[in-house]
Design a binder for this molecule. Structure first.
Ligand code: PLP
Length: 345
């Protein structure tokens, strides 16, 4: 791996971050807060929230098995996705490599930050080799994006290939594990202490059922986390989100129950799809959704919209011609989808 200084944009490396009122007294006991121009009335919403979300990180640390110092929290995973560009990629100079097809935000954020995006197409099993990804890199490649389980394909990327990329690439590797709670594969979270160039992303938006509160996580070396903290908005995670996330973390067994039900429903749905005459193939999935190749995806998509049922049309995505991406819902919702599809002609 190159040094973090070589990988970081020079302006970010030398950045003197904003020092918030609450940062400066940090850690010591205080009773009277006359430092931040807050209104003393309307507690608790009158006060700026903890800029480093320390109690939330403590709770997450226990659930995720990662030290609090190695956690960054953001406004959804979308925030750390954008931050890696802003911290490491010089506009119009550096580039990034990603598997294709994958989650659309990696490319959108590359475009916003004026950074070249190099997609590397998956094979017919939606897999990739380390060799192919590394062949797309050059000395200006700062990041490699690997989403596993991948969106929209649903499958996990072979672990040995991801490991090879992490070991052999000189820049940073981001493994987006938004769907890892649904996967039987081992998470890469536990690897961050062994690999200083690895960043793992998680989110509260999927298995945890908290998409509305916007809380995403990045796990990485303390040095990378320090760079993120320097660049982020000082109060990027608001009080309501921190409180609600703490509430959700009190009962991780609830999440386990949801995951178990959703996986049972997934297998029932996959079986039902395989029996539909209008379904040509259902692809292997490790997530709370699956990709199905249909006879005519756009037509079936529009038919479902007319019935008030929304799935994701991936027809225009590379390798996904005539594919619909189906999220697993409640037993009733899934039943409605299957019933509607059986009526399609
Ligand atoms: C849904 C999803 C996310 C989550 O994004 P949030 O901003 O945390 O809601 C991240 N990565 C992938 C691949 C996803 O599909």
């Amino acid at each position: 791996m190159k040094s973090l200084e070589q990988l970081t944009r020079p302006n970010i490396w030398s950045l003197a971050p904003y020092s918030s009122a609450r940062n400066e007294y940090a850690g010591r006991e205080a009773r009277v807060f006359l430092d931040a121009n807050e209104n003393p009335y309307n507690a608790p919403y009158n006060r700026y929230p903890d800029p480093l979300q320390l109690s939330l990180k403590d709770a997450l640390s226990k659930v995720k098995g990662v030290p609090a110092e190695n956690i960054f929290l953001g406004n959804g995973s979308d925030e750390p996705i954008d931050l890696v560009y802003r911290c490491f990629c010089r506009p119009q100079i550096d580039n990034v490599v990603a598997i294709e097809p994958t989650y659309g935000m990696y490319k959108v954020c590359a475009d916003i930050n004026d950074v070249e995006y190099r997609p590397v197409i998956l094979d017919e099993h939606f897999q990739i080799t380390a060799e192919k990804l590394l062949a797309a890199t050059d000395d200006k490649t700062k990041l490699i994006w690997i989403c596993s389980p991948n969106n929209p394909t649903g499958n996990h990327i072979v672990r040995e290939e991801i490991e090879k990329v992490i070991q052999q690439f000189e820049g940073l590797v981001i493994v987006d594990e938004a769907y890892s709670d649904f996967s039987s594969q081992k998470t890469f979270r536990s690897e961050i202490l062994n690999h200083p160039n690895l960043i793992v992303l998680n989110t509260m938006s999927k298995a945890w059922g908290c998409a509305a509160i916007r809380l995403g996580m990045a796990f990485a070396s303390e040095e990378i986390i320090a760079i993120f903290n320097k660049v982020k908005y000082p109060y990027n995670v608001n009080l309501l989100t921190q409180q609600q996330a703490l509430e959700a973390l009190k009962d991780p067994f609830e999440v386990d129950k949801w995951v178990k039900i959703l996986l049972e429903e997934r297998s029932r749905m996959v079986d039902a799809f395989r029996l539909l005459p209008i379904c040509e193939e259902v692809y292997p999935t490790d997530a709370n959704f699956f990709l199905a190749r249909m006879t005519d995806a756009p037509k079936i998509y529009n038919y479902l919209v007319d019935q008030g049922i929304i799935v994701r049309n991936r027809h225009r995505v590379q390798l996904c011609q005539n594919c619909l991406r189906i999220t697993i819902g409640t037993k009733t919702e899934n039943g409605e989808l299957i019933a509607a599809l059986r009526q399609f002609q």
